[in-house]
Design a binder for this molecule. Structure first.
Ligand code: URA
Length: 243
């Protein structure tokens, strides 16, 4: 997959994108033997030979992590207001990884992190049917009629939601909270919260417990683990389902 030269350089850990642009403009970068001074030039890191200050760039080792994001942490690579982001949990990881999609600041749970742009694009492609399951706790009693409507589709302002699988897990008389599980395959902004807000329910707690076939089993809040080869292969199978 071709990417802008400065992005390829930053992905290899040479410098930030901004600094890479300056290095390119200064004539310090060759692609396939030719000095390139235009930062926007696209290169394929798998095929093209990029040399910076006489040293060939090594292909970045692909990294894949399953992270259990805590509540309050922002899903972004850089926050202008200096709040805690998912990146703060990956200080020990070398190279530039990033989140696959996002979870709201107040949503906790399973988030994939990688530097594999191809896989990230496959998984985030609109229309891709990657199931995501959320444990939802809402204030108030959710009736069977509402559960059915949630499953059938809700007319949100950006269109009707696709059919979802909704499981009722009980109502707690003491706290007045209904617990459910909902599986959706769309990835619209604040989708689960908006589906419940449509009926006037405030989501008390939202946790993503499953992404495709991956679960949070064995990964504590704020911790992460590497994906296995089998799991990576399993995620790549979504490529064949390209609509
Ligand atoms: N739906 C939401 O409302 N929030 C998330 O973070 C994910 C899905």
């Amino acid at each position: 997959m071709s990417e802008r030269l400065q992005k390829v350089m930053s992905n290899c850990g040479v410098a930030s994108r901004r600094a890479a642009e300056e290095m390119i403009a200064a004539g310090r970068v060759r692609v396939n033997g030719v000095v390139i001074k235009t930062p926007g030039v696209k290169v394929n890191p798998e095929k093209d030979i990029v040399v910076v200050d006489g040293k060939r760039l090594e292909k970045p080792v692909k990294q894949y992590y399953l992270f259990n994001k805590p509540k309050g942490v922002i899903t972004t690579v850089k926050d202008e207001r200096d709040r805690t982001t998912v990146m703060d949990y990956f200080c020990k990881v070398k190279g530039r990884i990033y989140p696959v999609g996002r979870l709201d600041q107040n949503t906790e749970g399973l988030l994939l992190m990688t530097n594999d742009g191809e896989l990230a694009n496959i998984l985030m492609h609109p229309g891709r049917l990657v199931d995501k399951t959320y444990a939802v706790r809402v204030k108030g009693r959710v009736s069977d009629v509402i559960l059915k409507k949630l499953a059938d589709g809700i007319p949100l302002d950006d269109g009707m939601t696709a059919p979802a699988v909704v499981t009722y897990n009980g109502f707690d008389d003491k706290t007045g909270i209904t617990e459910m599980e909902i599986t959706i395959h769309e990835g619209r902004n604040r989708q689960v919260r908006r589906m419940f807000e449509y009926f006037g329910f405030r989501v008390h707690n939202l946790r993503r417990t499953q992404y495709a076939f991956l679960t949070l089993n064995g990964v504590k809040r704020g911790a992460y683990r590497r994906l296995t080869r089998e799991e990576i292969r399993g995620l790549y199978k979504y490529k064949q389902e390209q609509p």
